[in-house]
Ligand binder design. Structure first.
Ligand code: GDP
Ligand code: MG
Length: 170
């Protein structure tokens, strides 16, 4: 059909978790070992063709630092989807992700599709956050959970496609 869905999507999560790298992988198919820190936020768009719809993502890649926290609502308000990213090698980043989940549950759009992405899945030997713990947390909170690697590209496109499938149809 000609069903076109325009969907604002925001990435939230600790600085260094890999938000910008996931976007770069998804939008350009690239990865940088020395990805520059995001200042404020960066905007990208990407279109996905699904069976029943075309999804046009308007992607806001936020900075993640505490000093930019007050700006976050500008990016998640009105968002159809949020990807909350943590780094599987950092317990702190997982704790930070949980805080974002609480904030979105309180302040975000109640119909928002929320994904929890455990990124840097290629660094299995440095893993600190078990997939079972993260999956259990995600299930309790109604989040879609997936482990990704922006470096190897594992599950990155799959995650965005699954979000697209979960968006409400017009
Ligand atoms: P952001 O602050 O959340 O946007 O994180 P960045 O995308 O800037 O990534 C922070 C650092 O982690 C950079 O040096 C990236 O190259 C690295 N990085 C991001 N994703 C991955 C990944 O999946 N695997 C590995 N090994 N490194 C990653
Ligand atoms: Mg960034």
């Amino acid at each position: 059909s000609n069903n076109v869905i325009n969907a604002k999507l925001v990435l939230l999560g600790d600085m260094g978790a890999g938000k910008s790298s996931l976007v770069l992988r998804f939008v350009k198919g690239q990865f940088l070992e020395f990805q520059e820190s995001t200042i404020g936020a960066a905007f990208f768009s990407q279109t996905l063709a699904l069976n029943d719809a075309t999804v046009k993502f308007e992607i806001w890649d936020t900075a993640g630092q505490e000093r930019y926290h007050s700006l976050a609502p500008m990016y998640y308000r009105g968002a159809a989807a949020a990807v909350i990213v943590y780094d599987i090698t950092s317990n702190d980043s997982f704790e930070r992700a949980k805080k974002w989940v609480v904030e979105l549950q309180k302040q975000g759009n109640p119909n928002m599709v929320m994904a929890l992405a455990g990124n840097k899945a290629d660094l299995e030997d440095k893993r600190k956050v078990s997939a079972d713990d993260a999956r259990a947390y995600a299930e309790e909170n109604g989040l879609y959970f997936i482990e990704t690697s922006a470096k190897t590209a594992i599950n990155v496109n799959d995650m965005f496609y699954e979000i697209g499938r979960r968006l409400p149809r017009a």
